[in-house]
Design a binder for this molecule. Structure first.
Ligand code: 13P
Ligand code: SF4
Length: 317
């Protein structure tokens, strides 16, 4: 038996023994995606976590995702293979900063991207992910001012899509997506004429992607701003020969599985999230053997945050 197969059968055996469901985000390394019971984007995984029958959730993703699962299911044990797997975007706003921003806009509705700490969610009216951010904002009375945080690129996308200029946007960013810039996208698209563009709205190049469409450099129907889950659906529906992918490189694995006949090329090959990659095969095995690292959210914070997360999973797809 190959070592990889021994590892995989041990992971499955231990997961069954612990009554655990293994969830993996689309940015995990292929071995982790392939062993997981469910692979998906942040919204899909939150929904699976909320309805899981198992008593333990092993979250192969970053810390805020595991925290979100714990907020939704406080009675379950939630494990993350490495609790140091953070997120530069979640780190771009603290609860203290949000409290101060709110005090300057006391009547505003607070919409927070799910990439935030539990303490920030506790000060939030409604959370969103990249796949339902526009729907979430559209669910709010257009006369109400909105504080949208923490991602400036997703915020700009939401303002553009909804046409609402009373959406105020925090200036945070994910260092991985911010580094996928417009010049790289334009150069790649010029060297691959005819390719479709799949662009995550957290990318620094999201506005440039739309410019390419309005200038006619790429036909508008070939430019798609999508969450990671939306990319998998779009890959299945696409008849393209080549697709340029502007997001974290782990995404390519699910895209190739969804549409093996399409050539998927990363716009920036170095766009790798160091936090997602901390979830190694050895770390997952250790999590199952030791029952660690356990994710706990203080019950008062979890209670305050729960409504905003439940509203998020009820809206959009
Ligand atoms: P989605 O999977 O929701 O598109 O999120 C991307 C991301 O950066 C998660 O960290
Ligand atoms: Fe956070 Fe960016 Fe990594 Fe996603 S890719 S987990 S937003 S640092």
């Amino acid at each position: 038996v190959e070592p990889d197969e021994m590892w995989a059968s041990e992971i499955r055996r231990l997961a069954a023994e612990r009554d655990a469901v293994i969830l993996a985000h689309n940015y995990e390394i292929p071995a982790i995606q392939d062993i997981a019971h469910h692979v998906g984007d942040s919204l899909a995984l939150s929904r699976v976590a909320a309805s899981a029958e198992q008593s333990t959730i092993i979250f192969c993703g970053v810390h805020f995702m595991a925290e979100t699962a714990k907020i939704l299911s406080p009675e379950k044990t939630v494990l993350i293979p490495d609790e140091a797997a953070g997120c530069s975007l979640a780190d771009s706003i603290t609860a203290e900063q949000l409290a101060e921003w709110k005090s300057e806009h006391p009547d505003a509705v607070v919409v927070s991207y799910v990439n935030t700490t539990a303490a920030v969610k506790a000060l939030t009216d409604i959370c969103c992910t990249s796949s339902n951010a526009v729907d979430v904002v559209e669910s709010i009375d257009p006369d109400r001012e909105i504080l949208f945080l923490p991602d400036q690129f997703l915020g700009a996308h939401v303002r553009r899509k909804t046409g609402r200029d009373n959406v105020l946007v925090w200036a945070g960013e994910c260092h991985v997506h911010a580094a996928i810039n417009g010049d790289q996208l334009t150069a790649k698209s010029e060297s691959h004429p005819g390719a479709e563009l799949f662009v995550h709205p957290e990318c620094g190049c999201a506005t440039s992607a739309l410019h390419l469409a309005t200038e006619g450099a790429v036909p508008a129907e070939q430019v798609k701003i999508l969450s990671t889950g939306g990319m998998v659906d779009a890959a299945r529906a696409s008849g393209a020969r080549e697709v340029l992918v502007a997001t974290e490189v782990g995404m390519i694995h699910q895209l190739r599985k969804a549409a093996p006949e399409i050539d998927f090329l990363p716009v920036n090959e170095d766009a790798s999230c160091p936090y997602m990659k901390m979830i190694t095969p050895a770390a997952l095995l250790r999590a199952l053997v030791e029952g660690a690292d356990e994710v706990d959210v203080d019950p008062v914070t979890a209670e305050a945050a729960r409504g905003s997360v439940e509203r998020m999973i009820a809206i959009g797809n």
